[in-house]
Design a protein around this ligand. Structure first.
Ligand SMILES: Nc1ncnc2c1ncn2[C@@H]1O[C@H](COP(=O)(O)OP(=O)(O)OP(=O)(O)O)[C@@H](O)[C@H]1O
Length: 655
């Protein structure tokens, strides 16, 4: 077969690769058959790559353009070979690709493994599809023999998955890659045909199941034995059987999306999705459309059932593959869909995508932009109709991707209006349901002109905000913004159907139309009468707060902290601080409850010149309390605690 022609080097796998191999070999994952899908998919990618490069450099093909993937089970050597005549790899590429983990998905897999402990390896292997290394789930030893086009020599890579591998130059007749798996005993035993990867029927079924859509023929030799026949056509029983070899193509190769929609089963769509995007779950939604006219394309889009575990942490990636008349052009096509739709997976096949322009140019092509606009429109339409017709399904979608949509509202100025009707929020109206903005508005009583909201880290934190009391008493519905991006989205939106949003912790509460003019007059009078007191409090808290006010929103709490109408809010400031991006500060306004007993004590202390120290402590304590109620730690927690202790001791003395 091949012969080594250079020195053989033994190298160590990168630490992460070692960990991965260890998992592959020792995991109790039962669905090991997926290794075949992974290797076939790599072979198909390698042919795609060559085919694409050959468009501009025809010499690469060297006269061999009959692309194929060959599966060769060998009973004698107990090996299974998957061979392709694709791009092959050079020495450096072999070391880079098969000694380290370059693939971000595999890295993510390892991260997730670290987080969730080895127990879940099985489930995760299926979820991530771990590429080439999955071969070690079924093989004792893996040999890769590969030759890149134009290279005089091939490269032989070999490993038993034990921490090291060898690489050496070797002879190889033709371009491409052969992966030879020396199968583990349980995977070449006739006793368990479904797990026997030398069994041709098992292999045939697996190709049908996982790789039917692959665009290159996946071939296998079938050996038939037949006894010779006599002149009358009758079998000669005692003659030795003659063997004949028949090469069969196992996959249908018809790209699913070119078929008539009505003839495609849900199961087939699911399989296409799983094959292309290596998911183990069925997608939540499928959109298949064919568009003819100024731009012509066919698209199959999927909304995965679950967002990847690190979806909201990593850089936006895109899961859209481009094809031109069934020929793969590129994957991860950015700029096709807006970032807020980056969870969508799928493909677009259009004769208008030119095959031989560069990736960069293609991404900026006007055809692509037109297609992108259409896809965005049809995805939004699908989501709107899901929301209207299948609320539970939409809520499942929302749980996974709601944050992406909300990010679209604040980050994508042009999409704001289109997205506002897709938003859902919890609210004071129902203990566990979610409401759309339209539903909120439809419930607004006559006279209420604003949409009220409260931000906090969870429902109970918001419900316990002192500011909530008054609204609860007046029966005004409040939207709860519990996700960190919520307030930024609402802030960007500013209004919905001419109704402005109003935070219950910002500026004046503006209960106009609901509150009475008399109440406002009373608050103004109290502020005037206590002007000196308010100024004194402000002076004591100089540098910490911008203003002190008489509150009209407090019931049982003596104090609360709100932020100004403009700029960021306190909760936004908190979020930005956590993200180390606190360049802006909220304008802090301390509101005092004039009807609370503490207010009267404050008035008394202020009037008595002898109580200046106590007055100062009271101001500090009220400010500290207000911060705590907002979930913010006072700047000097030890000093705050000491003041509380001193006050408790003092109160004890009086009794
Ligand atoms: N048959 C092959 N021919 C040429 N290169 C290959 C072949 N198989 C694997 N490779 C190279 O090895 C790399 C690692 O393969 P692996 O399956 O681990 O990840 P991947 O294919 O990049 O990721 P994904 O499976 O998500 O597409 C590939 O990117 C490719 O460069």
């Amino acid at each position: 077969m091949t012969q080594s022609t250079g020195t053989k080097e033994t190298r160590e796998f990168q630490t992460e690769t070692k960990q991965l191999l260890d998992l592959m070999i020792h995991s109790i994952y039962t669905n090991r058959e997926i290794f075949l899908r992974e290797l076939i998919s790599n072979a198909s990618d390698a042919i795609d790559k060559l085919r694409f490069e050959a468009l501009t450099n025809h010499d690469l093909l060297a006269g061999n353009a009959d692309f194929e993937i060959f599966i060769l089970p060998d009973e004698e050597t107990k090996t299974l070979t998957i061979a392709d005549n694709g791009m092959g790899m050079t020495f450096a590429e072999v070391v880079d690709n098969l000694g380290t983990i370059a693939k971000s998905g595999t890295k993510a897999f390892l991260e997730k493994m670290k987080d969730s402990g080895a127990g879940s390896a099985g489930e995760l292997i299926g979820q991530f599809g771990v590429g080439f290394y999955s071969a070690f789930m079924v093989a004792k030893k893996v040999t890769v023999i590969t030759r890149a086009p134009g290279q005089p020599k091939g490269i032989r890579w070999e490993s038993a998955g034990d921490g090291t591998y060898t690489v050496e130059e070797c002879d190889k007749d033709s371009r491409g890659t052969a992966i030879i798996l020396e199968l583990q005993d349980e995977h070449c035993s006739a006793e368990h045909p479904a797990e026997n990867f030398l069994n041709r029927f098992t292999l045939q079924n697996l190709v049908k199941k996982y790789s039917d859509y692959i665009r290159y023929p996946i071939k296998m030799n079938f050996i038939t034995e037949e006894k010779p026949r006599d002149a009358d056509g009758k079998i000669i029983e005692d003659a030795p059987a003659a063997q004949s070899v028949e090469v069969k193509t196992l996959n249908s190769m018809t790209p699913l999306w070119t078929r008539n929609k009505a003839e495609i089963t849900k199961e087939e769509y699911h399989q296409l999705y799983k094959n292309l995007f290596l998911d183990w779950e069925d997608p939540l939604e499928i959109i298949h459309s064919k568009v003819e006219g100024a731009v012509e394309y066919t698209t199959v889009l999927f909304i995965p059932a679950h967002a990847p575990f690190d979806f909201y942490q990593r850089e936006a990636s895109s899961g859209i593959r481009l094809y031109s008349r069934n020929v793969f052009v590129m994957d991860n096509c950015k700029d096709l869909l807006p970032e807020y739709l980056r969870f969508v997976r799928g493909l677009v096949d259009s004769p208008d995508f030119s095959l031989n322009i560069s990736r960069e140019l293609l991404q900026h092509s006007s055809q692509l932009q037109k297609v992108g606009k259409n896809l965005e429109k049809s995805l939004l339409k699908t989501l709107e109709s899901m929301l209207a017709k299948d609320r539970p399904k939409y809520e499942t979608f929302w749980k996974e991707y709601g944050r992406a949509i909300k990010s679209g509202v604040y980050a994508d100025f042009q999409s704001r209006e289109k997205l506002q009707d897709l938003l859902l929020f919890p609210s004071s109206q129902s203990a566990d349901g979610l409401t759309t903005l339209a539903d909120y508005v439809s419930r607004m009583p006559d006279g209420q002109t604003l949409i009220y909201y409260a931000a906090g880290k969870d429902r109970s934190a918001v419900e316990r905000l002192p500011q909530m009391e008054l609204l609860r008493e007046k029966g005004i519905e409040v939207l709860y913004l519990l996700d960190r991006v919520d307030e930024f989205a609402i802030d960007a939106l500013r209004e919905y159907k001419d109704k402005k949003f109003q935070s219950i912790s910002r500026g004046d509460l503006k209960l106009d139309g609901v509150d009475t003019p008399e109440a406002k007059q009373e608050t103004d009078k109290l502020a005037k009468d206590n002007e000196a007191l308010l100024n004194a409090v402000k002076e004591q808290l100089a540098g910490k707060i911008a203003e002190v006010k008489i509150s009209s929103r407090l019931k049982s709490s003596p104090v609360c902290l709100v932020s100004g109408d403009n700029g960021i809010s306190l909760s936004m400031e908190q979020i930005l601080t956590e993200m180390d991006r606190a360049t802006f500060k909220a304008r802090r306004i301390l509101e005092l409850n004039p009807h609370h007993e503490v207010f009267r004590v404050l008035q008394k202390l202020h009037e008595q010149a002898s109580s200046q120290d106590a007055f100062k402590d009271y101001c500090e304590l009220l400010y500290g309390q207000a911060l705590l109620m907002e979930g913010i730690t006072p700047e000097d927690p030890v000093g705050f605690a000491a003041k509380v202790a001193a006050l408790m001791a003092e109160a004890g003395k009086k009794e």
